[in-house]
Design a protein around this ligand. Sequence first.
Ligand SMILES: [Zn+2]
Length: 97
Amino acid sequence: MNDFDEPDRLHSAHVPIRRGSFRKLEWWKPTPARRVLVLAWTCDCQAGFYELCQSGGLAFIRRTVQKDGEPEIAETHRWSVRQGWATWFDLLTGEVR
Ligand SMILES: [Zn+2]
């Protein structure tokens, strides 16, 4: 992988590539939300990146897959913010995807 070779680029957290077993999140078409606060995000140097979002007191994870044309966006169910963060850390450690 050559993604990390650009010396001047600032990287955010990277989603680990995990070969073992992981819990699969359910991904849905994005639900329009009025005010979305992005609490955390992973690095967009990867083909797929994730954002932990909060809207109306609930949290969810948004996944963006960057393709040649339009990016493909999907979202999880809404959780409590506490569960959102817990799932976020599972994502960063490769426990869920
Ligand atoms: Zn990066």
